[in-house]
Write a protein that binds this ligand. Structure first.
Ligand code: 5AD
Ligand code: SF4
Length: 439
């Protein structure tokens, strides 16, 4: 076998990128690469990038700037850019930063071993195809060692919805669902390696419609089949569009114990005028009715969301409508962003909101969400919840895990190991985590 080479991967953006980085590390692992924790040690640096907002994309170039000295000191060092910036900018990346050797999009990283071999011979390699073959089938098996008791599993990729702000349909391509049997096989392999919780990933995961036994399977059908795997204790999925929240998926939340009571369901805005301009294809009222139906199926479900403030032409009244919607829903968690114009998307051409005004709105929105999230955490005190333990905490004898509702929970007790799922009585709520005792 060839000498071991050292690979450093830095991951930006969403959970799907985290999953992709693991798969890339495996693909290169089969070629003799071993992951290291710092770029200084590496023979190959791979940045797995995000293009969703301008700041995310610019981080890539500033990070590359920092590698100049490393490359000067070690001319054999190879630098690759993967992910959504790679897809969006392709050869431009090498034009702007010539020390980059390799550019690989999210749909072609199964070709990395070949690309790396070419780069080793001194060629510059760019591959941002949308190939016909299934990259997941081309990749080598998943590794023996797992990083913990939780895992991501991509079941669907891409998006056909074309929200006016979003680059995803361009960077990840059209909506594609993986066949159910391959997902079930991958889930079983993960469980055999000690995984107790799987988060199903997709840019539009609740639109899942993969081929399965007897025809096309919905996400609910897939979750029902996954729930039958012994040793798989918890199932989650992210991220969803309100219009794909089908009746069977709503019902699943009330019927399948392994499906966790946490739902990330972005609405982006509470103003019908802005929702229309965003091309979201639903109204604020429809979203609120949907939340009611979900809560009727699973009353304790924690709702999480995404918001964009300062979308082009958003007025003070539009923003207040968003604040009203947030008050009506009561979020346990939310991610909120200032609108960032993305090249090639329809909204980028429109009249932009004053950035100072947008920052103020963002602050007010985040303060409201923080209050809601804190009150929901406070309400957990005195309740008994399931906690899947992940790792030791900072204090001696302490372990940290995630509750059913995805809150971090600290427990000091003997005999808890990573991967254990235990009942815990919550005794305290801090700003970022809960504390409790074994029930
Ligand atoms: N500007 C700001 N936020 C954005 N998002 C997506 N595109 C943009 C953009 N151009 C946010 C949305 C989405 C989340 C993943 O990122 O809220 O749900
Ligand atoms: Fe970022 Fe979207 Fe790509 Fe994920 S899919 S890395 S959020 S641009």
């Amino acid at each position: 076998m060839a000498d071991t080479k050292k690979l450093f991967i830095r991951t930006y953006g969403c959970q799907m990128n985290v999953y992709d980085s693991e798969r890339m590390a495996e693909a290169l692992g089969a070629e003799g690469y071993e992951e290291v924790a710092s770029p200084e040690e590496a023979d190959m640096i791979l940045l797995n990038t995000c293009h969703i907002r301008e700041k995310a994309a610019e981080k890539v170039y500033s990070e590359l700037g920092r590698y100049k000295d490393l490359k000067a000191a070690k001319p054999d060092l190879k630098i690759g850019v993967a992910g959504c910036v790679a897809q969006a900018e392709g050869e431009e990346i090498i034009a702007r930063q010539p020390m980059v050797d390799l550019v690989v999009g999210p749909q072609t990283y199964h070709r990395l071993p070949d690309m790396v071999a070419k780069a080793a011979r001194g060629e510059k390699v760019v591959d941002t195809d949308f190939p016909a073959e299934d990259k997941f089938e081309e990749l080598k098996a998943r590794p023996q060692a797992r990083r913990g008791p939780t895992a991501f599993l991509t079941v669907q990729e891409g998006c056909d919805k074309f929200c006016a702000f979003c680059v995803v349909p361009y960077t990840r391509g059209a909506e594609v669902s993986r066949p159910a049997d391959r997902i079930l096989r991958e889930a079983r392999e993960l469980v055999e390696k000690g995984v107790g919780e799987i988060t199903l990933l997709g840019q539009n995961v609740n639109a899942y419609h993969g081929n399965g036994e007897g025809g096309v399977w919905s996400l609910a059908r897939l979750i029902r089949a996954l729930a039958e795997i012994d040793g798989l204790e918890r199932i989650r999925f992210t991220t969803s569009h309100p219009n794909d929240m089908s009746d069977d998926l709503i019902a699943a939340h009330g019927e399948i114990d392994k499906l966790m009571p946490y739902l990330h369901l972005p609405v982006q805005s509470g103003s019908d005028r802005i929702l229309k301009r965003m091309n979201r294809q639903h109204t604020a009222e429809e979203y609120l009715r949907l939340i009611e139906r979900i809560r009727a199926a699973r009353p304790d479900i924690l709702i999480s969301g995404d918001f964009i403030v300062g979308f082009p032409e958003e007025t003070a009244a539009d923003f207040e409508a968003t604040m009203d919607l947030i008050r009506a829903v009561n979020y346990g968690q939310a991610f909120s962003f200032k609108y960032s114009p993305r090249p090639g998307t329809p909204a980028a051409e429109r009249t932009q909101v004053d950035p100072g005004e947008a920052s103020e709105r963002l602050q007010r929105l985040q303060a409201l969400i923080n209050d809601q999230a804190a009150a929901i955490m406070q309400d957990m005190v005195g309740r008994e919840v399931g906690v899947l333990f992940e790792k030791p905490g900072r204090m001696p004898g302490q372990m940290v895990g995630k509750s059913d509702y995805l809150h971090a929970v600290h427990v000091s007790a003997e005999g808890i190991a990573p991967g254990d799922l235990r009942r815990v009585r919550i005794t305290g709520a801090g700003p970022n985590s809960l504390s409790g005792a074994l029930a």
